[in-house]
Design a protein around this ligand. Structure first.
Ligand SMILES: *[C@@H]1O[C@H](CO)[C@@H](O)[C@H](O)[C@H]1NC(C)=O
Ligand SMILES: CC(=O)N[C@H]1CO[C@H](CO)[C@@H](O)[C@@H]1O
Length: 726
């Protein structure tokens, strides 16, 4: 069999070579994409290049290939590539060309979703924050400044891809490109200007002449030749807007994102394989898994309230190890479907109902026959007679018979081994030193004063999570009605607020992904004379999508917009919003970059018994040697509150173990029945994220600098370095 196949594939390769040298091209018809004259069923998986370090890329891509994928898909992250207008960055984790070259070298195709709006649970949906301050701009609508900026960036990316010969007709890996992203619902909301904009975006993209088709996902009516594609948990019922377009699934969610304050979502592999099989037997020909590898939201790249882990319950876990049985089961599925490929792509099926919720779909040609036996009932087993045999079908499953006789695969019968993440401490006790961030100490860095309250993003341009709001209250002896206290109420647009009165920590309030606004309302100690109120407002990523109180996400406010009132005084309530406030953008530790080798020497760290611990607003530092071996590393942050972590100057993200997951969790997921992102969440009552990836690519053999900033008084003593195994 092997020899025969090999001869056949040699002939095919020769034939393809002749064809491709004549006209290398990617086109399509109603059945599938046609690459150099050949129809294909393609499995693709998302790996977002900035969510891992470049040293991890070859291994991740190899795992995609071994898992039976034909392509790797990624978004393009505008705010990573153009941090300042006209100043481009394509180095390190943002080296898109290097990433695509590795995909090509592995023999895989690539799908490039340029956007440049990408959503992706990524800070500001991928838009640079400076874009918000371009005069007269309005995002993602028929607005000239926005369209000009979008076209300029899209052209920039396409030109690089052309120059590097990355598109398939030029010999590169890219077979598909995407413009915009899930625009349909926005268009529906905006009406005529939305329609005008999406038509413009489609024409602009097509005009760039990449030589490969463009797609628009979750968009009902893009003009030809753009292909509209489906995003969702199930797409079998989807039809493109024209009969001559193929049925493509751009986002088949393998799981769901983790948000701070909620349980960790899982999606059983029996349900993903079921959804994919149904899509394929219903005429689908491209499936892109979102995500194949989710990875990590390093630094401050995560969207609003999105956890640092972007594991996504993907086929490969955050740290780069196989998530079994998911990876193995899907590999088997891809193999089984590939055995049916020629039948699937040659004919339409004969569909027969074999009983209630029991269906046979048969693809029969002169030389081949492939059958799909489905049981769509979520509860009961089915027994069907097909051909000359009987088949037992588990609930909510499809059996694949590549020769119409033998079952090669059933979506609900999982043979792949089962593994779980294990974290074993490798460094249990670090020797720490501390540095106190003094609350409200005007003088350092960027400070200014102003009458009234300011909006945070407008003030920081998201250069830091932190903005200090400081003011003074003059209290006379007759003002205090209740001894030494009064009631302070602070209304904030989000996302987290720490309150200090006369240098003493009073408390914290925070919002959630569902509602990022917050109110701090508490008795505070005051004395006669001038009292100092210092409010530290912290953002937790800018929103990446959505409409909130009918306001589009890029215009959502952050920070203390008031009112700020002091009540319980003899005079009643005093409105503090209407007085002079002092502002400080960022923290002192940030101005001096004390998380870097160089910057860390600029302040006095305290060690031994004088070291601060379990105290709000404290920086901690230590050094460590790289543990031996290749196992991925993670910090166990269970004892900590909220803040940020740096390794050798690289931020590995925000930690927030103090935010305990609430809501509905289950102990075990039931795969059968329609999946939703809330159906199967785990670990409520524990922190949404406990382990934080320390990429080996950022370590040196000895003397690695680890710096932790904690806002909420966590206990640094229990922070340990662990290795992950499965
Ligand atoms: C923030 O800046 C934007 C753009 O300059 C402006 O339209 C908006 O009113 C500002 N918001 C606040 C609350 O000041
Ligand atoms: C296209 C589609 O199915 N979108 C759905 C994806 O899942 C989210 C969360 O469950 C829904 O809100 C969307 O409607």
């Amino acid at each position: 069999m092997g020899n025969l196949l090999r001869i056949e594939s040699c002939v095919i390769i020769l034939f393809l070579w002749v064809l491709s040298s004549v006209s290398a091209s990617v086109t399509y018809d109603h059945k599938s994409l046609i690459i150099n004259g050949q129809r294909r069923i393609l499995f693709s998986g998302a790996i977002h290049y900035p969510r891992s370090t470049p040293d991890m890329w070859p291994g991740l891509i190899q795992k995609a290939k071994e898992g039976g994928l034909d392509a790797v898909e990624t978004y393009v992250f505008w705010n990573g590539h153009e941090p300042q207008p006209g100043k481009f960055y394509f180095e390190d984790r943002f080296d898109l060309v290097k990433f695509l070259k590795l995909v090509h070298e592995a023999g895989l195709y690539a799908i490039l979703r340029i956007g440049p709006f990408v959503c992706a649970e990524w800070n500001f949906g991928g838009f640079p924050v400076w874009l918000k301050y371009v005069r007269g701009i309005s995002f993602r609508t028929d607005n000239e400044p926005f369209k000009a900026a979008m076209q300029r960036f899209t052209e920039h990316i396409v030109n690089i891809m052309k120059a590097e010969r990355m598109f398939e007709p030029l010999g590169g890996p890219i077979i598909l490109a995407q413009i915009e992203n899930e625009y349909g619902p926005v268009e529906w909301e905006l009406g005529a200007p939305g329609k005008a904009y999406s038509d413009w975006a489609a024409k602009m993209a097509v005009g760039l002449k990449t030589g490969v088709p463009w797609v628009m996902c979750k968009q009902d009516d893009p003009p030809d030749p753009i292909i509209n594609t489906c995003n969702g948990y199930y797409c079998e019922g989807f039809t493109p807007n024209q009969k001559y377009k193929p049925k493509i699934w751009t986002e088949n969610w393998t799981g769901w994102l983790t948000e701070y304050g909620a349980g960790v979502p899982k999606r059983p592999v029996e349900d993903i394989s079921y959804a994919v099989t149904r899509f394929i037997e219903n005429g689908g020909s491209v499936v892109n898994y979102y995500m194949f590898h989710g990875g990590t939201n390093f630094g401050r790249t995560s969207g609003l309230f999105v956890a640092t882990s972007y594991d996504y319950d993907a086929f490969v876990d955050e740290f780069g190890l196989l998530n079994q049985p998911k990876w193995g089961h899907m590999k088997e599925l891809h193999g089984a479907i590939k055995q049916c490929e020629s039948a699937l792509l040659s004919v339409d099926p004969e569909v027969t109902w074999l009983g209630k919720n029991l269906e046979a779909r048969v693809f029969k040609t002169k030389s081949s026959c492939a059958a799909f036996l489905g049981n769509y009932d979520p509860k009961t087993w089915g027994k069907v007679r097909f051909g000359n045999a009987e088949y037992d079908l588990p609930p909510w499953s499809v059996s694949i018979l590549p020769d119409c006789k033998t079952v090669a695969f059933n979506t609900a019968k999982v043979n792949a081994p089962w593994t779980e993440m294990n974290f074993t401490p490798v460094i249990k006790w670090f020797s720490w030193q501390s540095y106190n961030e003094i609350p409200g100490s005007p003088g350092a860095g960027k400070t200014f004063s102003k009458f009234g309250l300011v909006e945070q993003v407008n003030t920081t341009w998201d250069s830091t999570d932190y903005l200090w709001y400081m003011t003074e209250i003059d209290i006379k002896s007759h003002d205090l009605k209740n001894g030494h206290s009064a009631h302070l109420t602070v209304m904030s647009a989000g996302h987290v607020l720490h309150v200090f009165v006369n240098g003493q920590y009073s408390g914290t309030a925070y919002g959630s992904l569902g509602d990022n606004r917050l109110t701090f309302s508490q008795e505070v100690e005051l004395f006669v004379g001038s009292n100092k109120i210092a409010l530290l407002s912290a953002s937790v990523g800018l929103p990446n999508v959505g409409v909130f109180h009918s306001v589009h996400f890029e215009t959502w406010n952050v920070g203390v917009l008031g009112p700020v009132t002091l009540s319980g005084l003899s005079e009643g309530a005093r409105d503090l919003s209407k007085q002079t406030w002092y502002y400080q953008i960022g923290l002192k530790g940030e101005f001096s970059a004390i998380y870097t080798e160089r910057g860390s020497t600029s302040v006095n760290w305290v060690g031994g018994s004088a070291m601060a611990n379990k105290r709000p607003l404290t920086w901690y530092k230590t050094t460590f040697d790289e543990p031996a071996g290749n196992d991925p590393l993670a910090l166990d942050m269970l004892s900590m509150g909220k803040g940020q972590i740096w390794i050798n100057g690289h931020s590995i993200g925000r930690h927030w173990p103090a935010y305990i997951a609430k809501g509905n969790c289950v102990d075990k997921c039931n795969y059968a029945g329609t999946y939703t992102d809330t159906k199967c969440r785990l670990y409520c009552g524990t922190p949404s994220q406990r382990w934080f990836h320390v990429p080996r690519g950022w370590l040196k053999p000895t003397g690695n600098l680890l710096v932790v900033f904690d806002e909420m008084g966590g206990d640094i003593g229990y922070v340990a370095l662990t290795k992950e195994t499965r």
